[in-house]
Design a protein around this ligand. Sequence first.
Ligand SMILES: Nc1nc2c([nH]c(=O)n2[C@H]2C[C@H](O)[C@@H](COP(=O)(O)OP(=O)(O)OP(=O)(O)O)O2)c(=O)[nH]1
Length: 163
Amino acid sequence: MTAPAAPAPDEVLVVDADRPRAPGPRPVVDVAVGVLFDRDGRFLLTTRPPGKAYAGHWEFPGGKVEPGETVEQALRRELQEEIGVTIGSAHPWRVLEADYPHARVRLHVCRVFDWRGELQMHEGQAFAWQTLPVTVTPVLPGTWPLLRWMAQEGGPETAQANA
Ligand SMILES: Nc1nc2c([nH]c(=O)n2[C@H]2C[C@H](O)[C@@H](COP(=O)(O)OP(=O)(O)OP(=O)(O)O)O2)c(=O)[nH]1
């Protein structure tokens, strides 16, 4: 069975362009990212755990898609593993390609309105429920475009209506 074609990105971002990359073509790593809303229309940001690239930077929770997984399955697994919540539907929203010194990633950003469970930070992350403009710092470079898209699109009511 052939893998489904990769979706065209809505935007391509080069991060820290002055820092060296491995020479030659680099594989693109698929990442499932969740914009999780609470009942008050706030969204969740978490910090990148110690030991990872850009540790301590704020991002939307998520992680790499494993072979054979759909984006929704990957997001469900990652959110269970990392923050202890079980999600219902994940609504595909946008795709961002980010070229970092450590990796090239394709972020499949989904919106999640339906989830249950108590937040548990299993990897020692900090978390914050946020509205725009966000008050946490530093924000991961590859998270800024998502926040900009949210600002362009309006509040959570608009997000849910368009999901
Ligand atoms: N989760 C998440 N990742 C993001 C965002 N923006 C962004 O550029 N990224 C990038 C950073 C990383 O290069 C990549 C996510 O990979 P990761 O290493 O955190 O994934 P993972 O949890 O599966 O990690 P591991 O199993 O290798 O430890 O996506 C975002 O808002 N959320």
